[in-house]
Write a protein that binds this ligand. Sequence first.
Ligand SMILES: Cc1cc2nc3c(=O)[nH]c(=O)nc-3n(C[C@H](O)[C@H](O)[C@H](O)COP(=O)(O)OP(=O)(O)OC[C@H]3O[C@@H](n4cnc5c(N)ncnc54)[C@H](O)[C@@H]3O)c2cc1C
Length: 377
Amino acid sequence: MAKVLILGGGFAGVVAAERLAEQLGDEHQITLVSRSRQFVFYPALVRLAFGKSEEADVAFDLRRTMLNRRINFIEAEVAHIDPFERTLTIAHGQVEGKLAYDYLVFALGRRLATERIPGFYEHAHHLLNVDKAISFGKAVKKLHEGRAVFGQCPGARLPLPVYESAFALARRLEEKGERERVRITIVSPTTLESELVDPTGAAVLKKAMDTHQIEFLPNLSIESLTQNSAMTASGNAIGFDLLMLMPPFRGSSAASYLGITDEEGYINVDSTMRVTGRNGIYAVGDCTNFDGPKMGHMAVRQAEVAATNLAAEIEGRAPVSHYQHEMTFVIDEMGAGGLYLHKDLSTDRPATVRQGHFWSWAKRVHEKYWELSHSII
Ligand SMILES: Cc1cc2nc3c(=O)[nH]c(=O)nc-3n(C[C@H](O)[C@H](O)[C@H](O)COP(=O)(O)OP(=O)(O)OC[C@H]3O[C@@H](n4cnc5c(N)ncnc54)[C@H](O)[C@@H]3O)c2cc1C
């Protein structure tokens, strides 16, 4: 019997646990440890903030879902990992103490390095949890004039919600007849082409921004915030009445002392999703060291690959599955239909870019599929 511990209950951890349960016999024990029993469907948080989704639609209780799939769920904080003893110390949860493991899967997501931007905690809104999305939504309702600024800090690696929330605000103000009273600005530490990793996608997005009078300021690295200004590395002060900012991301601190991470704390993995140089340890999702944006569909694909290879390893077979680093997304809320982009990040081949209402619809159908297949069984 093998004891598998999966750390983190986001897209990556949940899919890794589900796929392992499908592939391993009942004699093996699969346990998912996460600090919260709530699974959050992050792509729906922009819609939640703008009152187009309910809180009940974006989160579900992991414990019930996992039990139905014969996976043990423990709500606790990952406190310490001893790779020599093969034990995990957990704290602040329903159980405290040590759990033994034979195989480990890291799926701990990203860490929000807000400490790198003085003033972030006090002055910026963000969309990286349900409470923050709701509080941003309340601030949006109060904005009737002035300037709204959206953007990513250097290292944020999540452009989608920045664009979606800027479009959603523009459309809300258009509907209320208040659009001319609010200036909407998107600030980027790079260019539109590098944020979307493709010139065609960037051109479509720029056209949509022009249609909604959203200005785009490239190559501005926000370094600190005051109550009404974002200070950049080049000495500019960008005034705002409402600010939604993605903070810098880093890898999870729970892996930082194990000698398996790069300089930003992301876990080094190979294409089989095994941690480089370590047998029996895998890592999946935002916590891994792949280039480019950090996205849910990547986390899901990496989890599928890791589960297949871990099941093979447990059964004494060689790894059979390899992760291909591709990016697929839909930017919703643009009014003229969503922007779909698919790009293989391991080649220079241009991206496939499409635009239309179908893509917004497809994104929501995907969201509903997740909700139904996980919360109601
Ligand atoms: C507003 C928003 C919109 C997005 N839109 C899209 C989109 O349209 N398309 C797309 O593909 N992606 C989108 N993303 C990105 C996507 O949500 C992430 O890439 C995805 O959630 C990563 O999954 P993960 O499982 O790796 O990490 P997470 O979802 O961050 O999960 C990590 C889990 O680990 C737990 N954890 C962390 N540390 C500990 C610890 N020490 N002890 C115990 N548990 C711990 C956390 O509680 C969490 O459950 C969006 C993200 C946001 C915030």
